[in-house]
Design a protein around this ligand. Sequence first.
Ligand SMILES: *[C@@H]1O[C@H](CO)[C@@H](O)[C@H](O)[C@H]1NC(C)=O
Ligand SMILES: *[C@@H]1O[C@H](CO)[C@@H](O)[C@H](O)[C@H]1NC(C)=O
Ligand SMILES: *[C@@H]1O[C@H](CO)[C@@H](O)[C@H](O)[C@H]1NC(C)=O
Length: 183
Amino acid sequence: MSKLILILAAQILLLAAVASAGNFARTMNPKRIQKKEKLTHLRVYWHDILSGRNPSSIMIHPAVANSSTSFGSIRMMDNALTSDVPINSTVVGQAQGFYAGAAQRELGFLMAMNFAFKAGKYNGSTITILGRNTVFSKVREMPVVGGSGVFRFARGYVEARTMWFDQKSGDATVEYNCYVMHY
Ligand SMILES: *[C@@H]1O[C@H](CO)[C@@H](O)[C@H](O)[C@H]1NC(C)=O
Ligand SMILES: *[C@@H]1O[C@H](CO)[C@@H](O)[C@H](O)[C@H]1NC(C)=O
Ligand SMILES: *[C@@H]1O[C@H](CO)[C@@H](O)[C@H](O)[C@H]1NC(C)=O
């Protein structure tokens, strides 16, 4: 008899545990997002400045020995994003993150960065780009994997085109055309 009570008590405890574990998540109706999905095109210019007194892109790990493709190197950056090609044009945000030499037999970087916008209605909103950048290709496509603020639920892609590259200093300006689906 007491054994039966014990088993029952154990079952009740188990049920209670399952019920409380179930409280942390619930299914919601996506129709609660009362906005229509939009497609936004942003064109910004990304300035990777390695040289001078105020570089915005800093080597935090050098390439492995003898690598001719920067394999293993990591650069942390806080690069200005401007509305036009010249670096002194209007700053609309910052590209913050890192890029790392990820290819042994070609020049190919893993890019992991947030575009943190500062301008107008995009002020405070971000998109996150994570992708492969073979910098000597004319056009490099990389995924937009998410976003915040205006860009909640973002997905999309960017096309990067080098506008200008100084072989001596490594400084570069790259056009980013971003195509972002969001609400
Ligand atoms: C780098 O190259 C030098 C000269 O070719 C060679 O002696 C050395 O072992 C290489 N180092 C590595 C880590 O491959
Ligand atoms: C940007 O720099 C260029 C060349 O240094 C200069 O001619 C131009 O007036 C500057 N533009 C602004 C908006 O400061
Ligand atoms: C962007 O937002 C910040 C914080 O709310 C504010 O301080 C700043 O003035 C805003 N900038 C623009 C250009 O609206």
